[in-house]
Design a protein around this ligand. Sequence first.
Ligand code: I3S
Length: 131
Amino acid sequence: SIFCPEHLLKSLEKAGVLNRTRTMDRGKRIRKNWSSSWTVLEGGILTFFKDSKHSAAGALRHPSTLTTPEHTLELRGATLAWAGRDKSSRKHVLELRTREGSEFLIQHDSDGIIAAWHKAIADSIGRLGTD
Ligand code: I3S
């Protein structure tokens, strides 16, 4: 049940290291620049922290990468889809568009990890509605 506290806690919060790049900035296409970053989903906000230099261990060696947000995305009114092959040659890529017209690609080599992020972000968008 969605009213089960365990379910709510699981779906309200998620964190981990993902590969991501921005592809649009308020409707304007920009050059891709993939980087690995510590990523936190909480309270309808998805936050990408600064480049973790490709690993959680790297982030631990550079703690400021865990505390300095690089992008903070408001998920209300956002859309999430699996990215087409035209968007990236990488596997397991999600395409997230914000209401302000920014677009991010999110990727992880593990299909299980990216599927869990897909569910968590989609649940968050669904809970927020479009008002
Ligand atoms: O959409 P593109 O241009 O094929 O994206 C690739 C570029 O961002 C590329 O950077 P340079 O334009 O500096 O070469 C990246 O290295 C590639 O990873 C991008 O393609 P993928 O398929 O990895 O998203």
